[in-house]
Design a binder for this molecule. Structure first.
Ligand code: HEC
Ligand code: HEC
Length: 644
C-alpha cells in the first residue's frame, strides 16, 4: 500500500504520460523505448511544420513556422546529435559558412539546413524568394528521413543509463555551444531554444517515472528514487523559470545560469542514474560523465584524445624522463637549445617573442611559439594542424632545420652515452623495445610529460566550482560578453576555450579571422595557414583556434605575435577582423560587422580573460639537474633548459 502511494506521488510529480505503448522486455530500456517513440512523434511534428512552411510565401508565417520547427528540433537535439553527429553538423544544423568534411576526403559542403533557412528568412527584409527557400526546406526534410528508422536505435543497443548520459551531454552542449551563439546566429533565439532543450530532458525524465518496474523495488529504494526525482524535477523547473525571466541574448546572465542551473542539473542527473542503479555505458568518450563538475579537469578522459597506442604503463617514470628530455639541450643539433628554450615555463611555456629565434640566432622562425597547456585535451597540433599527436609533433620540431636541427637517430646515439639516461629509459620502458633508447621512446616520453601540463584551476574555474567570490562583477560580466554579444565563445568553447569542439571533442576548428601582419593593422598577414597542408582554397589563412586560458601570461598573440596587448586583440574583433580592417578576405569565417561593444564592455572582456590564468603547473617544472655523461665535463656543464 505504501509503495503504491509513493509511486503515485512520483508519477504525479514527474509527469505522467498517458499514451500506451508495448510493454518493454527489459526494465532497463523502458525509458529509452518510450523516448524512441516520442522522438518519432517530435520528428513527425517537425516535418509537419516544414510542410506548412512549404505552402506559404508570407514572411511572418514562414518565420513562425521556422521557429516552431526549431522548437521540435531542440527538444530532440540531444538524440539527433548523439546518433547522427555528422548529418547534424553538416546538413541539419550546419554552419553559415562553407565547410570541408575532413572525414570524407575534405568534401566541400555549402551552407544548408536550418541555419541557411534562417538566413533566407531573417537576414534581410527583401521579399522572400521561395525558389531559393523551398529547395532548402526540402533538403532539410530529406536529411531527417533516415532518423525515422527505429531499427537503427535497437541496433545501437540503447539503454536507460545511456539515455541519462545523453541528457548530461546535452547540458555540456548547452553551456559550451548553444548559449554562446554557436547556432541561431541571426535570430539570436539561443536562450529560448535552450528552454526547448531542457523541455526535451524533462520529457525523458518523465518516462523514467512511468516505469512500472519501479514498483517492484524495495520500499526504501523507492523513497530514494522519489526524493532524487523530485530534486531533478525542481532543478529543471527552476532552470526553465530562469529562462522565462529573460530570453534576451545580450543581457541573459549565462554564467550565473551555467553555475546555478546547468551545474546542479548535471549533479541531479548523476544522482538519478545512481539511485536507479543503472549501468554506465562503456562507450569511449571524451567526457567522464560520472564527474559532478563537467567543466573540470577530472571530467576529461585523456586517453580519449591520445593516439591509439596510448598506454599508461609506468606512466610516472615516462613523464619524469620526458621532463628531463624537455629541458635538456642535448636534443638540439648544437647542444645548446632545448624545448624549454622556446617553451619557457616562466613565460607560460612560450618565449615572449613575436616569432621564435632561429638556430644560431640567425633570423626568426615562421611563427609564434604557442603555450603548451592542456594539450592532453587536443587532437590537432601546430597552428595549421599538421600533426595529429604530440608524439608526431616531437619528431617534427627536432628535425626542423631552424628550430632544433637534429634527428631522432642522432639523439638516441647521444643519449646512449649516458649511463644515467640508459637506466632511466630501461626503467620507464621496461619490457618494451624503448628500454634500449629508441626514437619512439624519446617521442613517447616527451609527449607523456607534455600531457601533464594541465591548467584547470584558474579563478574562473574556482568560480564555476562554487566559489562565488572568485570573480568580480566586471569579470563575470566579461564572460557573459565573451560568450554572448562578442561571440568569442562560439569559437573559443567553454571550458577549454580552444577550438576543439564540445561535447564530443572529436574535431578541431580552423578559422579564418584575417590576422594582420603587425599591430598597425595595415596589411593581411601572408601566412597561408592550413591551406599549406590541405591545399584547399577555403583554408587560405585558416588557423587553429588556440585556447585563451593563461592568455595573460603568453603575450604576444596570434600565430605571428602581431599583438602585444589583449586590448588590441579585442579591438581587432570589435572591428570585424580582417574584413573589418579593409583586407580582402572573402573566406573569413568571423562575422564582418562591428561588434558594437562600448569601452567598458571591451575592458570587461579583457578582465574576464585575465581570470583564466593558472600557471601553477608551470612554476614547478624546471628540473634541478640533468642526467650526467660520466666524465665528459663539457656535456655535464650543459645548461638546464638550454640557451636562447
Ligand atoms: C625555436 C623555438 C622552438 C623550439 C626549440 C621548440 N619549439 Fe615547439 N613550437 C615552436 C613554434 C614557433 C611553434 C608553432 C609552429 C607552428 O604552429 O607552425 C611550436 C609548436 C609546438 C607545439 C604545438 C602546440 C599546439 O598548440 O599546437 C608543441 C606541442 C611543441 N611546439 C612542443 C615542443 C617540444 C616538445 C619541443 C622540443 C622537442 C619544442 N616544441 C621545441 C617553437 C619551438
Ligand atoms: C571565428 C572564430 C573566432 C572568434 C569568433 C573569435 N576568435 Fe579568437 N581566435 C580565433 C583564431 C583562429 C585565432 C588564431 C588566429 C591566428 O593565430 O592568427 C584566435 C586567437 C585569439 C587570441 C590569441 C591567442 C594566442 O594564444 O595567441 C585571443 C586572445 C583571442 N583569439 C580572443 C578572442 C576574443 C576576445 C574574441 C571575441 C571578441 C574572439 N577571440 C573571437 C578564432 C576566433
Amino acid at each position: 500500500m505504501r509503495n503504491i502511494v509513493l509511486l503515485f506521488l512520483f508519477f504525479g510529480l514527474v509527469g505522467f504520460t498517458t499514451r500506451k505503448i508495448v510493454a518493454p522486455l527489459n526494465a532497463e530500456v523502458y525509458a529509452s523505448n518510450r523516448t524512441i517513440q516520442w522522438f518519432g512523434e517530435e520528428l513527425y511534428a517537425l516535418n509537419q511544420e516544414l510542410n506548412t512552411a512549404l505552402s506559404t510565401s508570407d514572411r511572418s508565417t514562414l518565420q513562425l513556422q521556422y521557429r516552431k520547427a526549431r522548437q521540435h528540433y531542440k527538444h530532440i537535439e540531444f538524440w539527433v546529435e548523439y546518433f547522427y553527429p555528422r548529418p547534424a553538423k553538416f546538413y541539419i544544423n550546419g554552419p553559415l559558412v562553407p565547410k570541408y568534411d575532413e572525414a570524407f576526403g575534405n568534401l566541400r559542403i555549402e551552407p544548408n539546413g536550418f541555419q541557411r533557412i534562417e538566413e533566407i528568412l531573417f537576414a534581410s527584409s527583401e521579399s522572400i524568394d521561395t525558389s531559393e527557400l523551398y529547395p532548402e526546406i526540402r533538403s532539410l526534410q530529406q536529411h531527417l528521413v533516415p532518423m525515422f528508422s527505429t531499427n537503427y536505435y535497437s541496433k545501437m543497443g540503447i539503454s536507460d543509463g545511456m539515455l541519462l548520459e545523453m541528457c548530461q551531454i546535452e547540458l555540456h552542449r548547452i553551456a559550451s555551444l548553444n548559449l554562446n551563439g554557436y547556432d541561431a546566429t541571426i535570430t539570436k533565439d539561443n536562450i529560448i531554444e535552450t528552454k526547448a532543450c531542457l523541455e526535451g530532458i524533462q520529457k525523458v525524465i518523465g518516462f523514467f517515472g512511468d516505469n512500472p518496474s519501479i514498483a517492484n523495488k524495495p520500499e526504501s529504494e523507492i523513497v530514494s528514487i522519489v526524493a532524487v526525482s523530485i530534486q531533478l524535477q525542481m532543478e529543471i523547473d527552476s532552470a526553465i523559470a530562469a529562462i522565462d525571466r529573460n530570453t534576451n541574448y545580450d543581457s541573459f546572465n549565462r554564467l550565473a545560469f551555467i553555475r546555478q542551473h546547468i551545474f546542479m542539473l548535471n549533479i541531479s542527473l548523476i544522482d538519478f542514474h545512481q539511485v536507479l542503479a543503472l549501468p554506465w555505458s562503456n562507450r569511449m568518450q571524451a567526457l567522464d560523465l560520472k564527474q559532478r563538475n563537467l567543466f573540470s579537469k577530472a571530467a576529461y578522459n585523456p586517453s580519449y584524445f591520445a593516439p591509439y597506442n596510448f598506454d599508461t604503463t609506468l606512466l610516472d617514470k615516462k613523464v619524469a624522463l620526458g621532463r628531463l628530455l624537455f629541458f635538456d639541450p642535448i636534443l638540439s643539433g648544437d647542444g645548446k637549445r632545448s624545448c624549454a628554450s622556446c617553451h619557457n615555463p616562466d613565460l607560460g611555456f612560450g618565449d615572449g617573442q613575436a616569432k621564435s629565434i632561429a638556430m644560431d640566432k640567425n633570423g626568426i622562425v615562421a611563427r609564434n611559439a604557442p603555450p603548451l597547456f592542456n594539450l592532453a585535451y587536443a587532437n590537432s597540433f601546430f597552428d595549421d594542424g599538421r600533426a595529429f599527436s604530440l608524439e608526431e609533433q616531437v619528431s617534427e620540431v627536432l628535425h626542423n632545420k631552424v628550430e632544433m636541427r637534429s634527428s631522432l637517430k642522432e639523439i638516441c646515439e647521444k643519449l646512449k652515452g649516458s649511463d644515467e639516461y640508459q637506466k632511466l629509459f630501461a626503467e620507464a620502458f621496461e619490457g618494451s623495445s624503448g628500454a634500449t633508447i629508441t626514437a619512439y621512446a624519446v617521442q613517447r616520453a616527451i609527449a607523456a610529460y607534455e600531457r601533464t601540463l594541465t591548467s584547470f584551476n584558474s579563478r574562473f574555474d574556482q568560480y564555476l566550482a562554487g566559489n562565488a567570490k572568485a570573480l568580480t562583477p566586471r569579470e563575470h560580466n566579461g564572460y557573459n560578453l565573451f560568450a554572448g554579444k562578442a561571440l568569442c565563445g562560439s569559437c573559443h568553447f567553454l571550458p577549454l576555450f580552444s577550438g576543439i569542439t564540445p561535447p564530443f571533442y572529436g574535431e578541431t576548428e580552423f578559422e579564418v579571422i584575417g590576422t594582420p601582419e603587425t599591430s598597425d593593422n595595415k596589411a593581411l598577414d601572408a601566412d597561408s595557414g592550413r591551406c599549406k597542408i590541405t591545399k584547399r582554397d577555403l583554408h587560405l589563412h585558416a588557423f587553429k583556434t588556440p585556447t585563451v586560458r593563461n592568455i595573460a601570461e603568453t603575450a604576444p598573440y596570434m600565430h605571428n605575435g602581431a599583438y602585444t596587448k589583449l586590448e588590441d586583440v579585442v579591438e581587432f574583433y570589435h572591428k570585424g577582423g580582417g574584413v573589418g580592417l579593409g583586407f580582402n578576405v572573402p573566406n573569413q569565417t568571423l562575422p564582418f560587422d562591428s561588434l558594437t561593444l562600448n569601452a567598458t564592455e571591451k575592458q570587461d572582456i579583457v578582465l574576464f580573460m585575465k581570470t583564466l590564468s593558472d600557471v601553477s603547473a608551470a612554476q614547478k617544472q624546471k628540473p634541478k639537474r640533468l642526467p650526467s655523461f660520466g666524465n665528459n665535463a663539457a656535456l655535464n656543464a650543459r645548461k638546464i633548459g638550454g640557451e636562447y
